[in-house]
Design a protein around this ligand. Structure first.
Ligand SMILES: [Zn+2]
Ligand SMILES: [Zn+2]
Length: 81
């Protein structure tokens, strides 16, 4: 089974991650073309919370391991090497 993004399972944890992020996209992928950090304000349905390290790879189910990204960043395919 392959997963491109590992969404946070818990809605509560996702909501806490959004608050911790200041309701801004935390994506730091330079491949998106938004500089060091996206910082797009996320609201409504236009964001996702994902694990930095997927639990399948040993990541913790904790706030420290969550990042909030806007849908544009989340849906952008990661560059294949
Ligand atoms: Zn973004
Ligand atoms: Zn991005």
């Amino acid at each position: 089974m392959t997963q491109s993004g590992s969404l946070v399972y818990s809605a509560i944890l996702a909501a806490l991650a959004k608050i911790a992020a200041g309701s801004r996209c935390q994506c730091a992928d330079p491949g998106c073309g938004h500089g060091a950090r996206c910082n797009t304000i996320v609201e409504g349905d236009r964001w996702r919370a994902r694990y930095r390290v997927p639990p399948a790879d040993g990541g913790a189910d904790s706030l420290d391991n969550c990042e909030v990204v806007c849908t544009a960043c989340f849906e952008r395919p990661t560059q294949a090497s």
